[in-house]
Structure formats: C-alpha cells, structure tokens
Design a protein around this ligand. Structure first.
Ligand SMILES: *[C@@H]1O[C@H](CO)[C@@H](O)[C@H](O)[C@H]1NC(C)=O
Ligand SMILES: *[C@@H]1O[C@H](CO)[C@@H](O)[C@H](O)[C@H]1NC(C)=O
Ligand SMILES: *[C@@H]1O[C@H](CO)[C@@H](O)[C@H](O)[C@H]1NC(C)=O
Ligand SMILES: *[C@@H]1O[C@H](CO)[C@@H](O)[C@H](O)[C@H]1NC(C)=O
Ligand SMILES: *[C@@H]1O[C@H](CO)[C@@H](O)[C@H](O)[C@H]1NC(C)=O
Ligand SMILES: *[C@@H]1O[C@H](CO)[C@@H](O)[C@H](O)[C@H]1NC(C)=O
Length: 475
C-alpha cells in the first residue's frame, strides 16, 4: 500500500541481502531495489556474490507487482541453487557472466512466472542442462510447466542438449545457443530443438557447425528468425527450406561460402530480411540466386571483401512483382553493376559505399538515368575508383558525355575521353564500325546492280499495288 501511494516515484532501497542456505555470509555489497510504477528491479550486479541469496523481505511484501527484473550480472556464482519465490506476472532473471558450472534440480520451480532467463557467459555444459531443470512445481504426480519465453545459453560449454530439456517450457520462443562448441547437431539435440514447437528465434551463431541435418527443424512450425553466422558452412543449408513457410529473417554472416547460387535460398519464399555479410571468401552471386525470395524487403549483401561479381540475372523472375525496398551493397569488392540487375527506381534505400566503382556508362545509367542517386542515405554517397580521371569523384557528380542518351535530364558535356572506355568496349566499337562499313559497301554495290535492272519493274508494281488498295476500299 505504501508503494501504491507513491506510485510513479522512484524508490531506491539499499538492502543488505542476507545470504541463505546456512552458508557463510559472503555478500560484499547490497543489492539495489527499485520500484517504478508496478515494475520492480533488483540490481545485484557486480557485487562479488558467490551464492544466491533469498530475496529481501521487501520483495515479498509488495503488492501489485507487475514486471520484476532481477540481475546478478558479473558476480562469481558457481552453483545455481533453487531460487525463492518471486511475485509478479513477468519475471526476468539474469545470471550473465558468472562462473556457473552446476544448476540444481528444481532451480526455477518457485518462479513459474519467469519469462526471461539469461545464463549466458558461464561454464555450463550440456550435461548440466538436465531435463529436471526447467520446470515448475511438482503437483499431483506431474511437474507444472513454466512460462519461460526467452532462454539465453550463449557463451557456455554446450556440446549437446538433453532431448527432454524443453519438455516443460511450452512457451519458449527465443533460444540463444550462440558461442557454444556444438560442432555437430546430434540426434538428441535435434530432438530437443524439435520439441520447442513455439520457437520463433533460434541463434546458432558461432557454434562451429558446418551442416544442419535435413530434419533438424521439423516441428518448428513457428520459426521466424535464425542466425547461422560465424560457423563453417560452405553452402547455405538446404534444411532451412523445411521452415521456408515461416522464416522471415535469415542471418548468414561470416561463413566460408565462395558463391551464392540458385540453390542457396530454395524454398525461402517468405523471407523478409536477408543478411549475408563479412563472408570473406564470397566471390560471386550467380544467376537466379535471389529468385526464390519472393517477399524479400531488405537485403544486406555487404562487407564481403572479395565479392566482385553479381550476375545481372541474380534477381531473375522477381522484377515484375518487386518487393525489395532496401539493398545494402556496401564494402564489397564490386566495380560494376549491370543496369538491369534490379528496377533501381523502386528501391527506397540503396547502399553502395566502400567498393571500387568503375564509373562507366552502366553506372551512370543506374545512378542518373534510373534515379538510384536519390536512394543513398545522407553522407553515404559512393565514390568512383576508376577510370583515373574520375577516381575520387562522387558517383552522383559524374556525367559521361559519350554515353547513349538514356535520359533527357542527362546533360551532354564537352570532352570525350577514351579513358572512360574499357579496352573491351574499344575493340567492339572498332569491330562494329568495320562491320558497318563492310556491310554498307556490299549493300551499296548490290543496290546499284538491282537498281539498274529492276528500277522500272518495281516502280510499276508499287503503283499497281496502290491502285489495288484504293479499289478495295472503294468497292
Ligand atoms: C513496466 O513494464 C511494462 C511492461 O514491460 C512497460 O510497458 C512499462 O513501461 C513499465 N513501466 C515503467 C515505469 O518502466
Ligand atoms: C547495478 O549496479 C551496478 C553496481 O552498483 C551498477 O554499476 C549498474 O549500473 C547497476 N545497473 C543498473 C541497471 O542500474
Ligand atoms: C566482471 O568483473 C570483473 C571484475 O570483477 C572484470 O574484470 C570483468 O571484465 C567483468 N566481466 C564482464 C563480462 O563484464
Ligand atoms: C503460455 O502462454 C499462454 C498465452 O500467453 C498462457 O496462457 C499460458 O499460461 C502460458 N503457459 C505457461 C506455462 O505459463
Ligand atoms: C578487390 O579486387 C581487386 C581486383 O579487382 C584486387 O586487386 C583487390 O585485392 C581486391 N580487394 C580485396 C580486399 O580483396
Ligand atoms: C561534386 O560536385 C560539386 C559541385 O558540382 C563539387 O563542389 C564537389 O567538389 C564535387 N565533389 C566531388 C567529390 O567530386
């Protein structure tokens, strides 16, 4: 009641938390307890705590507590013992950055309303994560489920998961397993994952895996976001297509892939955002790579320092029903893009900085002719790297006089420099001119011959034809 009356006012109570379980009092500092409206925060971070205390009296006396956040970030807890009960309809608890090597059975059975648990950056192994850990109180011969929605197990020592680990966490939606030495998604780990049927977010980044078994995601009918970054994949795993109908976000950075092709994203029809970045070995994106991505809105294809080729057909089949709004091609090793790669004018944001752009007619067409210049974010206008004459100019500054007139607003300029042409272009131009001259000569000679022989006949024939036509109309 006291707290209700001063609702809206920040209340800070410094309470010396008494160590429980009959252990020696090794708590060095008091936890800060803050109540703001109906939200309670208990800050036990950085306090040299090595055993988990019972909550201070004040916590249990509060009425009408809504959200409770308890954090033991950066202490030296080694064993996660059974937590005492906490009121509140949403409880979030963090043991991030401790030295946890053991978790007691029933550790969380008194906090069935715990929706968020951060156990990241500890020394937890798969063997420690037994099926007896994540469940509620034991009633009538069965364990109750707990409300857990977000579980962060990142930065631990996990190789494998118990197949029944998620038996009593039906609402688990976000699971972070990143930075663990998983290496192989074995049979039991896959059974564990499959049992978390409400999973929406799965982070498997930096887990040393190089394959995902085909049936790994069977049962994950709600999976929306998966992060596979920083692993050993040489191709985008085919097993993703099993969740293709729900998957919206795919993060695939820092993997040793060399190319992306028409097999890479098969079945991912509902992907909204794709991130393929910092793949240091990625060199090319070939024909039809993005064709399956019929709903893609945001593409991050950036920071791939060896990416030098994107096929002009990479978006084959998508141009009629174009959905992409944001395309980031920054910091690759690109020098050219083809004018018909995508309908540039339909984009909202385009990133192209940090490449070695050759400012040629194609690029001028994209930038000026098709209006890509208006899609750059402020201050993120790319520079030309070549030809020498234009190196260092903003690509929005260039006008190239000899380019075909693809746009009325493209003002012709003095100077024409061979420097702007690539050798390939020069050779083709010379060949072209030679061919035209040759064909012209042949036609001229032919025409002369024909003219002298048939000139009268043709003239008569055309007159007769005209008359016939007139007759037909008059008839
Ligand atoms: C209390 O928590 C709820 C739910 O998270 C949030 O919407 C609200 O803004 C919080 N109130 C305060 C004062 O922080
Ligand atoms: C929690 O307490 C620690 C140590 O006093 C302090 O550094 C940190 O900023 C506090 N965190 C919050 C969210 O208040
Ligand atoms: C935790 O605190 C110690 C000092 O007690 C510090 O050296 C260490 O970097 C901190 N760890 C993290 C993850 O912040
Ligand atoms: C899971 O979420 C639903 C819907 O929010 C809720 O009704 C149910 O009580 C939750 N389950 C548990 C075990 O908390
Ligand atoms: C980019 O490509 C050029 C050749 O086009 C090459 O000389 C350069 O080393 C490449 N840059 C990187 C960072 O690999
Ligand atoms: C771009 O053009 C403007 C004026 O047309 C000029 O002031 C500026 O120096 C140019 N910048 C670059 C980097 O070429």
């Amino acid at each position: 009641m006291y707290f209700k009356r001063i609702r809206g006012v920040l209340v800070i109570l410094s309470v010396l938390v008494s160590a429980s379980y009959g252990q020696k009092d090794d708590v060095k500092g008091a936890c800060d307890i803050t109540l703001r409206d109906e939200n309670l925060t208990v800050n036990c971070s950085r306090r040299d705590i090595s055993t988990i205390p019972t909550w201070p009296e004040q916590i249990n006396n509060l009425e009408q507590v809504h959200d409770v956040v308890i954090t033991f970030f950066n202490n030296s807890i080694t064993t996660l013992t059974e937590l005492s009960g906490v009121r509140g309809s949403h409880v979030a608890i963090s043991f991030k950055s401790n030295q946890i090597v053991e978790i007691e059975d029933d550790a969380f059975s008194n906090v069935p309303r715990m929706v968020y648990l951060d156990l990241s950056n500890n020394f937890i192994t798969g063997e420690v994560l037994r099926s007896e850990i994540f469940h509620g109180p034991y009633k009538n011969g069965v364990y109750d489920s707990i409300a857990l929605e977000t579980l962060n197990l990142g930065f631990n020592e996990i190789h494998s998961l118990d197949r029944y680990l998620f038996q009593y966490t039906p609402n688990l939606t976000r699971l972070y397993l990143n930075n663990n030495p998983i290496e192989i998604l074995d049979h039991v780990t896959i059974l564990a994952l499959s049992s978390a049927g409400n999973l929406e977010v799965l982070d498997l980044s930096k887990t040393d895996i190089d394959t995902i078994p085909l049936d790994a995601f069977r049962g994950l009918a709600n999976l929306q976001h998966i992060d596979l970054s920083d692993n050993r994949f040489t191709t985008v795993p085919e097993s993703l297509s099993l969740v293709g109908s729900t998957l919206k976000y795919l993060t695939f950075n820092k993997n040793p892939i060399v190319k992306l092709d028409d097999d890479s994203f098969v079945g991912l029809n509902n992907l909204i955002e794709l991130e393929v970045a910092e793949n240091d070995y990625l060199e090319e994106v070939t024909r039809s790579t993005f064709t399956p991505l019929k709903n893609l809105r945001v593409l991050h294809l950036c920071h791939n320092m060896n990416l030098r080729y994107i096929s002009h057909n990479a978006f084959r089949g998508l141009k009629d029903k174009w959905t992409l709004k944001e395309v980031y091609l920054d910091d690759n090793n690109l020098s050219e893009l083809s004018t018909d790669l995508m309908p540039w004018s339909k984009l909202e944001i385009l990133g192209m900085t940090g490449n070695n752009w050759l400012c040629n007619c194609d690029l001028a067409n994209i930038i000026t002719g098709q209006g890509a210049s208006s899609k750059f974010k402020p201050g993120e206008i790319p520079y030309c790297a070549a030809p020498m004459r234009l190196a260092g100019s903003l690509i929005t500054n260039i006008t190239i006089s000899f380019c075909p007139a693809f746009d009325k607003t493209f003002t012709p300029n003095r100077g024409f420099s061979l420097g702007n042409l690539k050798p390939k272009h020069v050779i083709w131009s010379i060949l072209g001119v030679a061919l035209i001259v040759f064909v012209g000569m042949v036609l001229g000679m032919l025409a002369k011959g024909i003219k002298t022989v048939y000139v009268k006949k043709i003239k008569n024939a055309s007159i007769r034809y005209a008359n016939l036509k007139e007759d037909a109309i008059n008839a």
